[in-house]
Design a binder for this molecule. Sequence first.
Ligand code: DC
Length: 230
Amino acid sequence: MIAVDGPSGVGKGTLCSRLARSLGWHLLDSGAIYRALALKIIKDALVDADEDDWIQAATELDLHFEVDADRGTRIMLDGENVTARLRSEQCAKVASQVAPVAAVRTALLHRQQAFLKPPGLVADGRDMGTVVFKNAPLKLFLTASATIRAERRYKQLQSAGVDVKIRDLLKDIEARDQRDSGRAVAPLVPADDAIVIDTGDLSIDKVYELAMQLVHDNLSLVTSDASSTG
Ligand code: DC
């Protein structure tokens, strides 16, 4: 399996889906699980409720990923397709508010670990290499400055016809980085054995090539280890 961590807007999602597609492996978008919990909390008017209510919502979350080769993955919350709604800034914001609660993270742990199935898994998140899949044989940590990530997001939104100010995007990204990295539980940090890739000056194709090279180096290590033990 491959664990890929890093801050928002660094290109993890694109990289992970390309890796999973090329390798024919499963894909875990762990951020989508936190966003789905956030949406549930918003729908049930629990944003200002006690942490206990968030923990209960996390424990009882009725969430399914329906994988369809043609139409992509549909994320079903309480039986409803919420895939598009999860991308909203509101879901991202509430997700990063509930994510620091240790018991919320524990409640979502097994749900994430259940994605590890043959033939393999590419896991995208903040704590894949440090907590959820500590034993992953290959861990990547992607970085890029907040300014570069804000510029990329700005271009994406502009081409989608959404009018935003780059200054506001940068402020949001910096605030979220601070919440994700500064929290006491499972903060956003590279695992000791992670390979750190600064994507600032790299195209997505180049990042993909680098990652694929690392996957192949790693697979050949696993194969030669296995053959040396007979
Ligand atoms: O990757 P994303 O933007 O979809 O994640 C949304 C929020 O969820 C992010 O601000 C922090 C939280 N998150 C987390 O705490 N741990 C993860 N493994 C993935 C996401």
